[in-house]
Each structure stands twice: as C-alpha cells, then as structure tokens.
Design a protein around this ligand. Structure first.
Ligand code: ADP
Length: 420
C-alpha cells in the first residue's frame, strides 16, 4: 500500500485540503478539496488531479459543525476514497511560528502550547490553523503532524529588515517584522533554478498578489526583506486588508472616534483594501469589470503601491535582476502585471506584451535589463515536501532540524513571557 500525505490549510470557516501520494521520491496530487461554510452551511467538494469533480454535497451539522467533526468526516471519507494508499502524515499551514521557528516542525503538545502564544499576532488565522491540529492530536494521537510556518522562510533576514524604530527592548521581546507568505516564496525560490535559471542566483523580487498580498526580496533564493511585518496587515493593499498605514491613524481612530480595538481590527482586516477603497468588491476580477470610479481608484492605488514597494525592495537588494508574479492576481491578470511593469520601466524592465498576454513564464523582452516572470505558486506542495522530509528524518531516527537557519532573535517572546 502506498503512503499518502494530507495537507491541511484551515481558515475561520473553511478547510482546504490536498492528498498527495508518495511514490518513490515523487509527490503526486490525488485530490484537492474544500469544506466551506463550516459551522453554518457546511459543504464538501473534492476534485481529482485532473480537476474533475469527485464529490460536491452539503454536510450535516454533525459532519461539518467544527474542525473536529470536519476532520473525522474527512478521515472516514479518505479511508473509503483513497484506495491503495494510506495517510501516514498530515502537514498543516500555520501562519505564525514566531522568531523561533525557521523551519517546519513535528507537532507535539508542547509545540501546540507555544504556537497558541502567537494567536494575538495573527488573530484571524492562527487559532483556525491550530484547531484541526488539536482535534487530530486528540482523535489520532499516533498520526504524525507537521506544522509549516508562513514566517519561517523570512528568518534569514538581516536585523535592519526586521527592526522597527522602537526602543530596542521591544525587538528583543518579539515586536519585529516577521514576514508572511513564506511557503509561497520558498516554493518560488525552489522553482527559480528550473524556470528562470539566469536570475536564480541573483536579486529577485517576488510579488505574491492573491487576496492577501505581499512581496519578498530574494538574494540567491533567501529572503532578505518583505513587505508584511509584525502582522499580515502591513505592506501592500489587499482584498480587505489595508496594507501600510501610519500608526497615528490607529491612535486617532481610538482616541477621537472612540473606536474599540475590536472595531479597529475589523476595519483594518476586513473592511479596507480594495473593498474599502472601491466600495464595490474585494475581488480584483469584479473591480476590473466595473465602471464605478471607486473600482478604478482601487485598481490604480493597488498598482501604484505595488510599484512603490518594488522600488523599495530593489533598494534593499542594492539592485534587481528579476521580478516574479504569483498567486491569484499575479498568475491570472495580464492587465495588472502590465500596469505594474509599465510603472517600473525606470528599473530597466521592458514588458513583452504578447508573452504577458499568453502567461509567460518569461514576460519581459529579450533585451530587458530586469526580467519579469509568471510562476504559479504551490504552497500545498511545499507543505507536502516538508512533511515528507520530516517523516523520513523521523524514520531514520534523526533529530528534528528545528532551526536550520539562524533566527535573528531567540524566542525572546517566550523567554520574557509577555503574553504573545
Ligand atoms: P488566496 O489568498 O485566497 O489563496 P488567491 O491566490 O487564490 O488567493 O487569489 C485570489 C484572488 O485572485 C481573487 O480575489 C481574485 O481577485 C484574483 N484573481 C483570480 N483570477 C483573476 C483574474 N483572472 N484576473 C484578476 N484577478 C484574479
């Protein structure tokens, strides 16, 4: 019987999953699925590797009421559906690994308790990432689980990229720029030698333009700077998140407008970004199809801010050899790519319009000093690879490579116990 790895990416009301089969050294996706409407109107939809629907049906409250019932249902379905293979490990996307974790780790009760401390840093993601881990630990304690962090890839950044200009002790206590979307950047960095070998060892900015948006400066495939900071709010405008904001605005909203922290959090995470500016939608497709002035302004602002961040990251790198577009908008919208590239012509970037329209992978002209690329991301495959690696290490009796890369600070947040 072949081994399979289940990859779980859990949100507040949804649980995305993929099943990978492990044959020799190859990981082959077998199913991609989504349980959404968890707790309200749960629905279970699965497609096979070719994208054909395998199942699409509502779940009962007992089947899809919470993460524990969803996982019990999913486990039973997998045992029936995935004939010829057995799930031997589960890899989870976990948004926050703090300053300590620069690589994925096997989950145990102590780790779970540590990861709980990062809930205040990613309140809309971390609790939902941890819920299925906890549920599986209770129901299947023997099943190995691996936590793969969105922050881990950025632990190679130099201190000046991670620092805020606050009194230094805050940095030592864990108030620093962590960076996110690290699994996406790690996957792109791993793809570069194959897809874009001429820039793989150079200075590259990756633009992850999805419903969450961030950008990362890579030097020889390692993160040296990124636009997201202490939380996943900073940097570029997103579907519903504000991106860069003068912290004085937060003080003003609280003091002068009498808004509570909860209300400000909801404003900055859920009502801002493309949705807030446009008043139309958080979805770039809707905005591009709309004639409303607010929709046009939101798109203009999106392009402007990303071009500005590109310039800033190029400065952090001391020059730039290439830019990579990825995630929903970056992979699918030739128009947004073109507009960002046009604004960035001053960097020496000349777009190949035809290549851009047909989706690349190379979308810059042959003589362009800075090359531009479209590379689809695959965070789930990255998680499956990490899970396979940790399972193999455990089978070989090797200790975990917990902090393979040097972290900029030790886990001061935990040492000082200040309640992160
Ligand atoms: P998530 O962060 O949820 O994984 P994705 O990377 O899937 O997000 O990106 C989702 C976003 O991609 C959608 O909100 C939508 O705005 C955008 N998108 C997808 N396809 C297109 C397209 N053809 N043109 C413009 N935007 C698109």
């Amino acid at each position: 019987m072949a081994d399979a790895i289940l990859v779980v990416n859990a949100g507040s009301s949804s649980l995305k999953f993929q099943v990978f089969e492990l044959e020799a050294d190859a990981l082959t996706v077998r199913f991609r699925g989504l349980i959404d409407g968890m707790g309200t109107r749960p629905n279970f939809a699965v497609k096979d590797a070719a994208g054909a629907s395998v199942v699409d049906r509502p779940l009962s409250a007992a089947e899809g009421g919470d993460p524990a019932s969803c996982l019990a249902f999913l486990g039973a379905w997998l045992r029936e559906a995935v004939t010829g293979s057995e799930v031997v490990g589960v890899g989870h996307r976990v948004v926050h690994g703090g300053a300590r974790y620069s690589a994925p780790v096997r989950v145990d009760a102590q780790l779970l308790a540590e990861l709980e401390k990062f809930v205040p840093l990613a309140p809309l993601h971390q609790p939902h990432n941890l819920a299925p881990i906890r549920a599986l630990m209770a129901s299947r304690p023997e099943l190995p689980q691996v936590a793969c962090f969105d922050t881990a890839f950025h632990r190679t950044q130099p201190i000046e990229a991670a620092l805020f200009a606050l009194p230094r002790h805050y940095y030592d206590e864990g108030v620093l720029r962590y960076g996110f979307h690290g699994l996406s950047y790690e996957y792109i960095a791993a793809q570069l030698p194959r897809v874009a070998p001429e820039i793989a060892a150079g200075r590259v900015v990756v633009a992850h333009l999805g419903s969450g948006v961030s950008m990362c400066a890579l030097e020889r495939g390692r993160s040296v700077c990124s636009t997201m900071g202490f939380t996943a709010l900073d940097g570029c405008p997103m579907g519903t998140r504000c991106g860069e904001l003068d912290p004085g605005v937060v003080i003003y909203l609280g003091r002068e407008r009498g808004m509570s922290f909860d209300a400000i959090e909801a404003l900055l995470y859920k009502k801002s970004g493309l949705l807030g500016i446009s008043g139309v939608s958080n979805d770039m497709r809707d905005l591009l199809a709309s004639d409303a002035p607010g929709a046009r302004l939101a798109v203009d602002f999106f392009v402007y801010r990303i071009a500005c961040e590109l310039g800033s990251l190029a400065a952090a790198l001391g020059g730039i050899d290439g830019i990579v577009f990825t995630a929903g908008v970056g992979e699918n919208s030739a128009l947004i790519r073109a507009r960002i590239c046009e604004r960035s012509a001053w960097l020496g970037l000349a777009l190949d319009t035809d290549a851009n329209t047909s989706g690349g992978p190379r979308i810059s002209r042959a003589g362009s000093r800075v090359s531009a690329w479209v590379i689809p991301t695959n965070e789930e495959l990255m998680i499956a690879r990490h899970t396979r690696e940790l399972l193999a290490q455990a089978a070989a009796g090797k200790p975990q490579r917990e902090s393979a890369r040097a972290a900029p600070v030790q886990d001061a947040s935990i040492r000082h116990g200040y309640g992160l």
